[in-house]
Every structure is written in C-alpha cells, then in structure tokens.
Design a protein around this ligand. Sequence first.
Ligand code: FE2
Length: 364
Amino acid sequence: MQEDFLPINGTDHVEMYVGNAKQSSLYYQYAFGFEQIAYAGPETGVKDRASYVLKQGKIRLVLTTPLQQDHPIADHIKKHGDGVKVLALWVDDAEKAYQETTSRGAESYEAPKVISDDNGEVKVASIRTYGETIHTFVERSNYNGPFLPGFVEKKSLYTPTPVGFKFIDHCVGNVGWGEMNKWVEFYEKVMGFNLLVTFDDKDISTEYTALMSKVVSNGNGYIKFPINEPAEGKKKSQIEEYLDFYNGAGVQHMAIATDNIIETVSELRRRGVEFLEVPGTYYDDLLDRVGAIEEDLEPLKKLNILVDRDNEGYLLQIFTKPVQDRPTLFFEIIQRKGAKSFGKGNFKALFEAIEREQALRGNL
Ligand code: FE2
C-alpha cells in the first residue's frame, strides 16, 4: 500500500460565512447546544469582521460575518447566503500538506503562514475545493489558546446544555452537472483519498428527482466526503435546487455523530429544530427490512428517526430542514451501530420527503 502523503488527524473546524454572526451564534447555542468559546472582532483588533467560535464534543463551528459592504465575505454571502466556507483539516505538517496537494494540482487559496499570539503559534495553509469552498490545513502543535491566534476566550451569558454531538461523521458537497467525477478525482489524486462507495441514479432516484453520489475518504477514514451531482429526472433534482439557490457548488450537509440519537433528537426538537418527516408507513415494515435493533420502535417513529442496515451493522439517522431560508445547508444526525454506510435504504423515503418540501417552495 502506498504511503499516505496527506495524513489528517481529523476535522479541525468548520467556518461558515453568515449574514449576522451574533444571532447565528445564539441560534447554534440555543437550538443545537453548542457552547461559545472564543471570539475575534473589532474589540480584539480585527477590524473587518466578527467571528464566534462554538464547540460541542470535538466539533468546532466558526461563524463569521463582515462589517463592511466592500468585503469578499460580503460578496460570498450575497451570492451564496449563509454557508460553509472552510472545511479545516487538522494536520501535523501544514506546509507539507500544502506542498503535497498543490504539487498534485490543487489551486492555492493561501500559502502557508505562521500566526501567533501570547498563547503560541499555529501554521495554516489553504487550498480550493468545489465552488468557493476551501480546505485549510491547521497545524497546532505549539498552541494552547482557546481557538486560533487572534481569538480571545469569550463565553456567552447563556450556558447551553449539550445535545450529545460528538464529532463530524461526514460532510457532503453538491457539485454541478457532470462534475462529480472531476471532484472525486480531485480528492483521489490531489488529496490521496480513496473511493469508498458509489450510488447511481438507479439507487436513488424517486419518481421525480434524481442524483448521483460517490463517497471519498482519507487514509485513516476519519474524513469522509460524499460528493453529489444532479441527475435527470421527471422534475428538478434536489441537488439542482441547491445549486440554484447557493449559486454553485457547496456544502450540502454536515452529519454529526451522537451516541444516543433518541436523546439528541428529542432535545433538538424540544428546542425548535425542524426535521424532514417520512410517512408513518415507513415504520410498518421497518423491522422486516433492517432486522432486529436495540431501540424501541415507538420513540423512533415518534421522532421520525430512520434506520438502515449494511453488512457490518446498522445506523440510525435523521435530517434537519435547511437551517437558513435558502434551501441549501442542512444537518444530519447519525448514530452508527456498526454500519459504515450512509443510509442507502432510506434514500427513497428521504428524497420523497425532500420533494414534498421542494414542492411547497415551488421548486419541484
Ligand atoms: Fe449524510
């Protein structure tokens, strides 16, 4: 086996560009149970933007907004709405990660640089991926501040109770017509990822919508990036709807792992998070389809949690509705009980649920 030229320790953080970071921060605290840990903005010497850092389990979510209209972040928000800009990867050697990927054809976003403050230093470098999304390599062997140099510790007056989020299980990108293979190849050749699984439109088309998907994963399997592209169906693909409103390729959903999906989803629902609903009939023959599971059926049905099984075990999953007014980014909550797959058995029920929402928006 070839040596992994891009060893990755895990997801370092995810940064979203949003229209109002102060309010988004409270949304993710109140609704999703993230704790605010750090901040950078005018009060800390950053004049052009404000960034709030939230944490739950191993997940760090950064919410950034520009303070003036003539700002690249403002352009990003005008075009895409609120969305994911940075999928940051934690590495031991940011310089090497940058060299290995750019020498294989990655387009540079920012050359390696050292940033430092009283808490030490961090090395970062960034490359472009699909759409306007970037990967930042973060090397933090010599840093003990709350997030990155330039950020100060800043708690919120509100202390949220966590909902059981552990880590990011996978992060899905939607790309344009005919572009899936190009980006799969990018992850294989430029980043040394492996192709895990392929879904074609026969697997996942409903009567109307259709899409194709391939999943790539890094050497140790910590990073999993499914890549979707729209496919021709009778009506508009859900991926096409995303592309229309995001104005191009971007992150479609982040799947967050929990050890107890029933508790996590009960708590999220109590706090007002909206989820896609599948019909009650989904549960009629569920156990025939997936076999015995440890959970009682009733709470799963009540909460609309879906179940799927593969050769290695089963998984429980549920999808939120989009978390902003544009039908773009949403979240998945997932609990794996051995299964390493992505819920293929649920695609039909799920996509029909998405189509009902698309129809309500007038976009089907
Ligand atoms: Fe997913």
